[in-house]
Design a protein around this ligand. Structure first.
Ligand code: CTP
Length: 433
């Protein structure tokens, strides 16, 4: 019996898929079809897949051509599959010519001509809604959104409005964006989603304005350091049924979910100490302290909860700009300490000590791909790794696309009460002399 194997995502099943399966089957007696798993696709940056794994498997099944369907879950699985299923021939479309030649050591490699004029990408482009993103910038930097949005069908950063006109030349040397608007209202009219990427003190006006114009908004948090203003934004977003989403990429990546699972699920026991530090020197926006601290505070609130007994803050200022702050929170079972430096440098790191283990993340922990768990008495360190490329904007936009597709205006990744609590803390810090 000659066994043939082929792989694919088979999203929005089309006639090109049917043709390749048919020809693969004709190449032997028994056809195994590998359908890519969701995590595998996400890990390799293919985020635009529309159908669920179950639907894609069902569609392959319905052709009646596959004798066996398997899920492709990780890079390198193909070699293992060929050995495991004792495969005689590997069939794939000629868009992959040469890419799998190394497999000819194990079985015959057959590249078949693709069916012309059709692809899942094309169907996605023709079928689904398109969202034009407009950015407000006061720094010649896009935070990664321009390239990462392209990875999701239907999203594109098309428009830009410079809050500070002097950076336009510098910006366009680095990035390609179709339209540069002189007027914010005109940009609003031409955009479906607004990304507010400017210094903290200017954000509230742009966000309020965009929400009132019934546009979805992504913003660098915090929106404001006044809790009443944030509540007002929540209200406008709710009333106008639009999304108001913080640009915190960390909460949309795998490693963060693993970290929450370990800490919230009690896998390192009671949390006795939460200690994290953050600083960034290469960004000149004013009051960057608030941006940086948001990451630390959100993580603390998620892991330690909101019910601390008391808090204290030591703040070093230069004029109105906070250069450094040490934040201290006393919880019933533990202590949290956050050190955030703006102009004053601290080493970025995170350490969470539980009664049954310690978690450590070194360097830029908010975009880290792995963390270590040290268990008391054991010399071995467990390392949790995750597949994650880029700085993560694509994962945030993926969540945004799910919200748009299901008419949700909120994400469970960050709760309103968490955002509000952070702003309340900032409000207290701001009052410190
Ligand atoms: N295929 C084909 N003819 C097409 C489209 C796909 O023969 N017009 C083949 C591919 O070469 C591959 C298999 O079908 O062997 C599964 O491809 P997949 O990547 O799932 O489909 P695409 O339509 O190419 O998807 P995308 O546009 O997302 O890349």
């Amino acid at each position: 019996m000659r066994k043939v194997i082929t792989y694919g995502t088979f999203d929005l099943f089309h006639k090109g898929h049917y043709n390749i399966l048919k020809r693969a089957k004709d190449n032997g007696d028994y056809l195994i079809v590998g359908v890519t798993g969701e995590n595998y696709d996400i890990g390799r940056g293919k985020l635009n897949v529309h159908d669920t794994l179950a639907t894609r498997i069902e569609n392959v099944k319905k052709t009646g051509l596959a004798d066996e369907i398997i899920v492709e879950e990780y890079l390198g699985q193909k070699i293992g599959d060929i050995i495991k299923y004792d495969v005689d021939a590997f069939v794939i479309g000629d868009d992959w010519v040469g890419k799998f030649d190394h497999l000819s050591k194990y079985c015959e490699m057959i590249y078949l001509e693709r069916t012309k004029g059709i692809s899942s990408t094309q169907i996605r482009q023709e079928t689904f809604d398109h969202y034009d993103i407009g950015m407000v910038c006061d720094i010649a930097d896009d935070n990664g959104i321009i390239d990462e949005a392209k990875l999701l069908s239907g999203f594109e950063v098309k428009n830009v409005y410079f809050d500070d006109k002097s950076i336009a030349d510098d910006f366009f040397k680095r990035f390609e964006v179709e339209n540069n608007f002189d007027d914010f209202d005109e940009m609003l009219d031409s955009s479906d989603i607004i990304y507010v990427h400017c210094s903290v003190e200017k954000r509230i006006d742009y966000i309020r304005h965009a929400l009132k114009a019934e546009k979805h908004v992504i913003y660098d948090p915090p929106a404001t350091i006044n809790p009443d203003e944030l509540k007002e934004l929540f209200e406008i977003a709710r009333k106008n049924k639009v999304i108001l989403m913080e640009n915190i990429k960390m909460v949309h990546i795998f490693v963060f979910n693993q970290l929450l699972w370990m800490t919230q699920g009690g896998l390192i026991g009671d949390i006795l100490s939460f200690n994290c530090s953050i600083s960034k020197l290469d960004d000149n926006r004013s009051n960057l302290f608030y941006d940086l601290s948001t990451l630390c505070l959100l993580l603390m609130l998620k892991i330690m909860g909101q019910d601390y007994l008391k808090s204290d803050f030591k703040v070093t200022k230069s004029g109105d700009d906070i250069e450094f702050a040490s934040m201290y929170f006393d919880y019933p079972k533990g202590i949290a300490v956050i050190n955030a430096g703006n102009k004053i440098r601290v080493n970025n790191q995170l350490e969470i000590i539980g009664s049954e283990g310690t978690i450590r993340m070194f360097g830029d922990w908010w975009k880290c791909k792995h963390f270590e768990i040290h268990k008391p008495g054991l010399s071995d360190v467990e390392v949790f790794n995750t597949n994650f490329e880029g700085d993560g904007f694509k994962y945030l936009i993926k969540e945004l696309s799910r919200m748009l597709a299901t008419d949700r205006i909120n994400t469970k990744a960050i709760l309103e009460e968490e955002s509000l609590k952070i702003v309340e803390i900032f409000n207290e810090i701001d009052k410190k002399e």
